[in-house]
Design a protein around this ligand. Structure first.
Ligand SMILES: [Zn+2]
Ligand SMILES: [Zn+2]
Length: 277
């Protein structure tokens, strides 16, 4: 028997607000910004639920997708077009952050699964570039944001002859360089803070990563202006390690995964978990 993973996407629209009732308005404002409005603000949420289990030798399936749609769809339906803080019972004391929402979905979905089918991951997007993941790991969640920067490079190795460089790197060996709009997805893994409902607050993650990208990479010719690439080719495999090193100094043990997209056709990854989505 073989083991399989299956992911199904769900969507819902909802509003929410962040507000810690034990805090003053000023403190709420300082931590959550405009997201404290009592009227809430809205998102088109997208949730990818990954299930795992043995592939049934007769049906060839881990679980029938129509069954997945029915079990999880019933849960998701309660969140659709709701004001999460008010219309659902979970968020009177808990902030409806992406981290807490993915954890709540895990708790609600798990008991409804048939025997032999298990949750692997709940991934919840609040926007196309911000998402949280929960793996059933106590209070720990993964929080991710996608950033974009533009840089140019030439692929060239001092360890190869000019002829061999042209052969190995092709057009990328053009001595005048060429450029990309790189996308980098930075993920941190941390316990969800019991009060704020957050792992690393988005604003803090943005400040750290944007500072790094602006200082080290944005607008640069990598192989000429970034010292790290003086003795190694400015490939994405090397670039992702440069980014990881730079962010590790600032995010330390919380850095979980980095994904780098050079073009829409190729991406690179470093971290604990290989994940092709
Ligand atoms: Zn929001
Ligand atoms: Zn290139």
């Amino acid at each position: 028997m073989s083991f399989g993973y299956i992911t199904r996407r769900f969507r819902f629209c909802a509003s929410h607000r962040y507000w810690v009732s034990d805090w003053s308005e000023e403190r709420n404002q300082a931590v959550f910004g405009s997201r404290i409005s009592k009227y809430g603000h809205g998102h088109n949420y997208t949730m990818d639920v990954t299930l795992k289990g043995e592939v049934n030798p007769v049906t060839g399936m881990v679980i029938n997708l129509s069954e997945v749609k029915q079990i999880i769809g019933t849960v998701v339906n309660r969140f659709d077009h709701a004001f999460l803080n008010v219309d659902l019972p979970y968020f009177s004391k808990m902030q409806p952050t992406a981290e807490n929402l993915s954890r709540i979905f895990w708790r609600l979905i798990e008991p409804g699964l048939p025997a032999g089918v298990f949750l692997h991951r709940v991934r919840l997007y609040t926007t196309e570039s911000v998402f949280a993941e929960y793996f059933g790991d106590g209070a720990e969640a993964v929080f991710s944001k996608r950033f974009v920067f533009s840089a140019t490079h030439r692929l060239h190795s001092d360890g190869l002859t000019d002829e061999k460089n042209r052969e190995v790197y092709g057009k990328c060996n053009n001595e005048h360089g060429h450029g990309h709009n790189y996308e980098v997805i930075v993920s941190v893994k941390k316990p969800i803070d019991a009060v704020t409902g957050m792992t690393l607050p988005l604003k803090e993650l943005e400040r750290i990563v944007r500072d790094f990208l602006k200082t080290e990479l944005q607008g640069k010719r990598l192989d000429m202006e970034v010292a790290y690439f003086r003795d190694k080719p400015a490939t994405s495999e090397n670039l992702i390690h440069f980014i990881r090193q730079g962010l590790e100094e600032k995010i330390s043990a919380f850095l979980y995964r980095i994904k780098l997209k050079e073009t829409n056709n190729n991406f690179f990854e470093t971290g604990e978990l290989f994940d092709e989505q």
